[in-house]
Design a protein around this ligand. Sequence first.
Ligand code: ASC
Length: 142
Amino acid sequence: MKKLSTALLLALLCSTAFAGPGEDRQKSFKKVLLSFEPIGVMLRDGPFRKDQFIKHADDLKAAAAVPFTLFKPNSIDDVSRAKPEIWSQPAKFKAEQDKFLAAVSALQAGARSDDLATVRIKYAAVTQSCKSCHDSFRGPKR
Ligand code: ASC
C-alpha cells in the first residue's frame, strides 16, 4: 500500500512537472496576457495610470519572447492548437514572431515618454500582430 501510494505520488508529481508541450505553450502565452490584458483594460476603460502602464509594459517585454522557445518540432498534442504550418512555413512563422516582438518592444520603449495617442497606436500594433499570427498559425478551440 505504501509502495502504491508512493508510486501514485511520483506519477502525479511527474504529470504536473512535465506537462505536454501544448499546455506549456498555453501557460506561457497566458503569462504574456497577465500584462497585456491590463494594458488593454486601461486604454479601453481608463483611467490611464502611467506608473502602472510602465510596469505592465516592462512585464510584457520580459514575457513576450518565452512562448516562442516552446515550439519544438513534432510537438502537437491533444491540447495544442498549433497548426502544422508553424513547422512547414518556418520563415513566415518567424516573421510573425519578429513583428510581435518588435511591436512589444516599441510599446515598452515608449512607455515612459509617449503621449496617450501614440501608446494607443503601439498597443493596436501588438493586438494586430496577435491576430495576424493566430489567423495563420492557430487552429480552432478543441
Ligand atoms: C488579446 C488576446 C488575443 C489577442 C487577439 C488580438 O487580448 O487574448 O489573443 O488580444 O484577440 O486580436
